[in-house]
Design a binder for this molecule. Sequence first.
Ligand code: PLP
Length: 299
Amino acid sequence: MLDTSKSLIQVLADPKGILKGVEVIVKRDDLIDPVVSGNKWRKLKYNIREAERRKNERILTFGGAYSNHLIATAKAAAMAGIRCIGIVRGEELDEFSNPTLSSCADFGMQLVFISRDEYRMRNDKMYLEQLHEAYENTFIIPEGGANYFGMIGCQEIWKEIQGMSFSRTYVAAGTGTTAAGLLSALPEGNHLHVVSALKGDFMPGEIRNHLHYAFFDEELTADLMKNCTIYDDSVWGGYGKLDDRLTGFVDFVMKEFDLPLDKVYTAKAFFRLLQHIEEGAIQPGEKVLFIHTGGLQGN
Ligand SMILES: *Cc1c(COP(=O)(O)O)cnc(C)c1O
């Protein structure tokens, strides 16, 4: 199976002083694997382990046409030697519609294409029961690996940077599972800045739910939530929206810091960090952690 030893720690070199004396350290989870990159591997690890423990014959999960989670699941399942099914949003698609879907099929994932209406039911209890009947002995992983097993996999990031301390951590969010995992084991003195790739004010609720499902403790959840600040994506116009400013920013960061970012998630999170430095919200000499969650598949 994959290990995370390829996830290096990169201290950003800043000869031009763009970071104004703030020390930025990047946890390069994008390097874990070219396909199962970043947080996707962390979220799948204990899910696959649980499917094996239960002696399930296969795993089943959900994703959109370009889903990083879907292709990561396809490869991780192939490596673990467990069969898998991907339920894909869009009945008009097939495995030749784009490179992400073709790769999923090449890894041996069985693809099932469904309508947007049906896809909306992906977390409904009744619908999941129907899937369990249709596909016997199957372990179902929610879209994005957004469950307890996904969350505890993300806690492990801290173990790999033990001994280093940071005043702030920046991370991108989609389902908020990675953020919840980080928050549930956040070291003293660190504050988590969660940059959502989606528009809308639901992200705090999502993260709170993940924590609450894990701990069943209102007070602990409320206390943990105080250690994070969450930003929604209204500045960029929502999930997957690209504009020249964002594309230019990705090129700028590559050139100045030798750091490749994806445009859906990590670019937006890194932009926030630089904005906070620019605004003077972070003091010179502070040590800040940026978690590179990956997403470069399909770039
Ligand atoms: C999936 C993904 C995320 C979102 O992670 P969540 O745990 O769903 O919040 C962030 N960054 C990248 C690169 C991703 O592919």
